[in-house]
Ligand binder design. Structure first.
Ligand code: HAM
Length: 429
């Protein structure tokens, strides 16, 4: 019986796994520049964490969460996102009492949503994200956006575009909600089923409905900007000003409400354009109440997350992985029994020097060794038989350029250092 992979999951093998690690490493390095530390959290949490934290009004919790009862009868969930997870950890470990604020954490790993699988949408996908918790300062909101843009730029994206909006404070959203209810109520009979649900739970979400006729109606809905308090307007203005000063492309998008319940004030998404299509690679924003609602002190937070698969897809389309190197440094070509017997210890030495190395375990024809070296994407071959062993030499073959020279075994380390380190440096530039 052949067992298939679960629908909506995907395997990352070899170079694809390397691509994901690369994106994670660039984002982690940039997060470190902004003073963030890594946090690794459980994938399973009590389902109630996401009900209360992420919000029962969101599709993610209402329709897409993987929940199950464990053998002890607890209702658990596979995390659909990390923000509630991070807030839970901050409260459980009382991190706010032991550290200077804001707390700054970055994370990456799998998240789970029972969505209809399609291009760029999986049921198990990976996120990288950051959360800064414990300081309610508009500059911190902006810094989070700047960090995301810096990381995208370092990956090679030339024009990441920030879509920006403000959801205002609680009072604003309450008044605005009433305005939306009055506006949408008479229109409801002609709107989609999801909008009926959203009308009951969170009418704000009706603004980002993708059904074209509903979208038309949403465009004519009352504008949140007309309800924003002076304070909220100032926060949004600061974000705009800093992005402008830093030369970062941004657009105010009044339909941007984000799919999760916890946001207030500044929210944003980062998109890139590819062949005329807008691709949302990540998003985030400010959340004022979640820490308190989950039983912690009254601390505000701000953060964002990217979908690693989406970022990888976009990078693929833009050719941004061209320099990612998954080659092997050395393949050993022992010719004859005596040479084969010396091979494991030579491989050990090469690996100890830091060169990735493979070798055959059985006596193998030279032509087969060439094929194996090619499959392993080996950069250099070390060829040695009876003569070389006798003379204390080795044939060093450049497998890319098909050139070869004999060098003294004693000079091997120095020669390889030159060749491979120079190559590494030229890759980096
Ligand atoms: P989110 O917008 O729900 O935000 O997800 C962030 C990113 O995860 C999306 O922009 C998208 O790239 C990716 N993503 C979401 N669902 C899928 C899927 N089914 N398949 C592939 N990729 C997906 C959050 O999760 C918030 N926790 C972000 C945040 C952090 N806000 C404040 N702090």
């Amino acid at each position: 019986m052949e067992i298939q992979a679960v629908k909506g999951t995907h395997d990352l093998i070899g170079k694809d796994a390397l691509k994901m690690s690369y994106v994670e490493s660039v984002f982690s390095a940039v997060a470190t520049l902004y003073g963030y530390q890594e946090i690794r959290l459980p994938i399973i949490e009590h389902a109630s964490l996401f009900n209360h934290g992420t919000g029962e009004g969101s599709d993610v919790v209402r329709k897409e969460m993987y929940t199950f009862n464990d053998k002890g009868g607890r209702l658990l969930a596979l995390r659909p996102e990390f923000t509630a997870d991070v807030v839970r950890a901050i409260i459980s470990n009382k991190l706010y009492a032991k550290n200077d604020l804001p707390l700054r954490y970055f994370y990456h790993g799998p998240a789970f949503r029972y969505e209809r699988p399609q291009a760029g949408r999986y049921r198990e996908f990976n996120q990288f994200g950051i959360e800064a918790i414990g300081l309610n300062h508009p500059m911190l909101d902006v810094e989070v956006i700047l960090m995301a843009v810096q990381a995208f730029t370092m990956l090679g994206f030339e024009h990441p575009i920030v879509y920006l909006n403000s959801l205002g404070d609680e009072e604003t959203r309450k008044k605005y909600r009433e305005a939306l209810i009055s506006y949408f109520e008479p229109l409801l009979p002609n709107m989609c089923e999801d909008c009926h649900e959203r009308f009951k739970i969170n009418p704000l979400r009706m603004l980002d409905c993708k059904v074209p006729s509903d979208h038309e109606l949403a465009l004519k809905a009352p504008k949140l900007r007309d309800y924003l308090s002076e304070e909220s307007q100032k926060r949004l203005e600061l974000a705009r000003k800093v992005l402008e000063e830093e030369g970062i492309e941004y657009r105010i998008d009044e339909q941007l409400v984000r799919g999760l319940d916890y946001y207030g004030e500044v929210v944003f998404e980062i998109q890139v354009e590819n062949q005329g299509n807008r691709l949302a690679l990540g998003g985030g924003g400010h959340y004022g109440k979640m820490v308190k609602e989950l039983g912690g002190p009254d601390l505000a937070g701000v953060g964002f997350a990217i979908g690693l698969e989406r970022v990888m897809d976009a990078m693929e389309k833009e050719g941004l992985f061209a320099n990612l190197d998954d080659s092997l440094d050395l393949y050993l070509f022992p010719l004859g029994k005596e040479a084969l017997a010396k091979t494991p210890s030579l491989a050990l030495r090469m690996r100890a020097l830091g060169y990735s190395t493979l070798f055959p375990y059985e006596e193998t024809k030279l032509s087969t060794l060439f094929k194996k070296a090619e499959k392993a994407k080996a950069r250099y071959g070390l060829i040695y038989g009876e003569n070389e062993l006798k003379n204390g030499t080795v044939q060093l073959r450049d497998l890319k350029n098909q050139t070869q020279k004999e060098i003294a075994f004693a000079d091997l380390e120095e020669t390889l250092d030159h060749l491979l380190l120079d190559e590494e440096e030229s890759h980096e530039h």
